[in-house]
Design a protein around this ligand. Sequence first.
Ligand code: CP
Length: 301
Amino acid sequence: MRSVIDILDLSVEELDELLAVAQDIIDNPVKYQNACAHKKLATLFFEPSTRTRLSFEAAMYELGGNVLSVTGGNTSSVAKGESVADTAKTVSCYADIIAMRHPKEGAALVAANNASIPVINAGDGGHCHPTQTLADLLTIKREKGGFGLCGDLKFGRTVHSLINAMSRYRDIRFILVSPEELKLPSYVKNETLKKYGLPYVQTTDLLEYLPEMDVLYMTRVQRERFFNEEDYLRLKDTYVLTPDKLKTAKTDLCIMHPLPRVNEISVAIDHDPRACYFKQVLNGKYMRMALILKLLKEAAV
Ligand code: CP
């Protein structure tokens, strides 16, 4: 049974296919409105979410399917101590496909190993968030140039998945901007940038490198992954993008953020034509529609 736990579970050809299907959904929505009739998506979210859960659910409704939903650890038998494995086996009796978010790294893989239906990882701890990367790829639409990632590169799972995906393209130079304490983990660097010999710089100085960037991917400092509130408070506002800082940036810069934003991008930038983060939100729905279609089609064979 095919599941998507990591963005690397999808080949470059499959990413291209998903991007093409998402574009076709945007252009011809009526063609897809009954594509998942009588199918059920279970959204199992054991960590907070607005975009990912609602976009999965909107995606399934727009494909003509139905949704079963568990939100929060207290509303299901997980609160009574039921394991992820047993939850996955149980939900397989009711639904055709699962989207799961869980605070523990590896939880989605455990679910996939025990479910008899496809499982999509909707974020597992600080590890990965492959469907956010699908939304990001539809938004970026370019695979070359200066690719800046700024903020919490240690705990930001969207960053880890996106670097994994972008490492497959050869004409990119990564500019990794973070406080010393929140640098990209060595395992991500070794398995991606170093493995493929991709050029990168690590810096604490956003303004020095901003003029070189074609994409700037801002991220929130992940409060929920800190052991110590004092450290979070000290680091949370290290990078705040404001209109004056953008004066040296390229005129066609693509400013992204997986959201939720706390204070990383001033709302004064929201109407700047370079702001792409709400387009990213919408693109998430189209890419999740394309992924649901692909996995259900494969499961039916
Ligand atoms: N980007 C993202 O995962 O947002 P949510 O936490 O709201 O799902």
